[in-house]
Design a protein around this ligand. Structure first.
Ligand SMILES: NC(=O)c1ccc[n+]([C@@H]2O[C@H](COP(=O)([O-])OP(=O)(O)OC[C@H]3O[C@@H](n4cnc5c(N)ncnc54)[C@H](OP(=O)(O)O)[C@@H]3O)[C@@H](O)[C@H]2O)c1
Length: 310
């Protein structure tokens, strides 16, 4: 019997399909109020209908926003704040940065960023920053960012971080997923060991979703059709993410990267402290945010992640 989450409120991005939809279902089953941010009003309605059919009375809200655009991320964060205030809440118990995309060809957003960089890295960074005051007011809270085993092959090319000069879709995806782990580790470092807010990066495994079919050329769709056949179900993958979001016993856990409810060693490149700091500063500047002061070095030291054997 799982504990009830009826006094909890979570935000889940990309909750209209795949892993995110399964996360929302599992949270609804346990009575949480879940605020979904996704890009299609129609798919938000379908998600709400499906979940209310399964769990009548499920507490769900939808915010329609294209997370490839920072203006939309900011608007969505403002709407989350309004929903929480209207409900008389002071804090938010967790955020799941799940929305993600794969773009085979170089595509720039209307704001001029490479699309995978914008959706997979800048949106989680900016949304987390915008919701930080709410998360920090909760007694304890979590930020779970859905990364990938692809981060092991990811590299950051500081001269061309968005790969705009030499684009390769897979390299751009891997790089964005490496950025998710660097961001998670740096967020914990900056929050310090005494914080009630904990960040985790989740490796969801290989999952049977439609991610490789969206806006991709036939060859990619053919490859993904075969590759995902060996994957697990979204529901199975979502259990590990919901665990990171809700499990009280890991509140003080120092391991930043988890797969299916178990800590796992992230790549050596994701543990590069200088790279994490540089990426944080660069992301702040790309999002037009004023810098969060870097914590006292000794506090940051105490907040160093523990890394388990692979
Ligand atoms: N599937 C895997 O094997 C696998 C492996 C490792 C990591 N991941 C990661 O897991 C996460 C979820 O992926 P998935 O496989 O579940 O993919 P999915 O089935 O395609 O679901 C992705 C979700 O993100 C939403 N989304 C995409 N772009 C968006 C945007 N610009 N603005 C707002 N929402 C947007 C999608 O909305 P729509 O419903 O409108 O498309 C959908 O709700 C991603 O971060 C992905 O990188 C997946």
């Amino acid at each position: 019997m799982q504990t009830s989450l009826s006094d909890k409120t979570y935000v889940v991005t990309g909750g209209t399909a795949g892993i995110g939809l399964a996360v929302v279902e599992q949270l609804a089953e346990r009575g949480a109020w879940t605020i979904v941010i996704a890009r299609s009003a129609e798919r938000c309605r379908a998600m709400e209908d499906e979940i209310r059919y399964l769990y009548p009375g499920a507490r769900l809200s939808s915010i329609v926003a294209d997370l490839s655009l920072q203006s939309e991320v900011r608007r969505a964060a403002g709407e989350v704040g309004r929903l929480l205030s209207d409900a008389g809440l002071d804090g938010l118990d967790g955020l799941v940065n799940n929305a993600g995309t794969f773009t085979y060809w170089l595509a720039l957003t209307k704001e001029g960023f490479e699309t995978q960089w914008a959706v997979n890295h800048l949106a989680p960074f900016l949304l987390t920053r915008q919701l930080l005051p709410w998360l920090q007011r909760a007694a304890t809270a979590r930020v779970v960012t859905v990364s990938s085993g692809s981060h092991y092959t990811g590299r950051l090319n500081w001269d061309d971080i968005q790969l705009r000069r030499r684009y390769n879709g897979l390299a751009a995806y891997d790089r964005s997923k490496l950025a998710n782990v660097l961001f998670t580790i740096e967020l914990n470092r900056r929050l310090g060991p005494g914080s009630g807010l904990r960040a985790f990066a989740a490796d969801p495994g290989l999952v049977k979703t439609d991610i490789g079919f969206k806006g991709t050329p036939p060859l990619v769709r053919w490859v993904w059709q075969r590759r995902r056949a060996g994957g697990i179900s979204p529901a199975e993958s979502a259990r590990g993410i919901v665990y990171l979001l809700t499990e009280p016993s890991i509140q003080q856990a120092n391991e930043p990267y988890w797969k299916h409810g178990q800590p796992k060693a992230p790549s050596p490149r994701s543990r590069d402290r200088q790279a994490a700091r540089r990426l944080w500063d660069l992301s702040e500047s790309m999002c037009g945010l004023s810098p969060l002061p870097y914590p006292d070095e000794s506090i940051a030291e105490e907040g160093e992640p523990h890394v388990v054997a692979a």
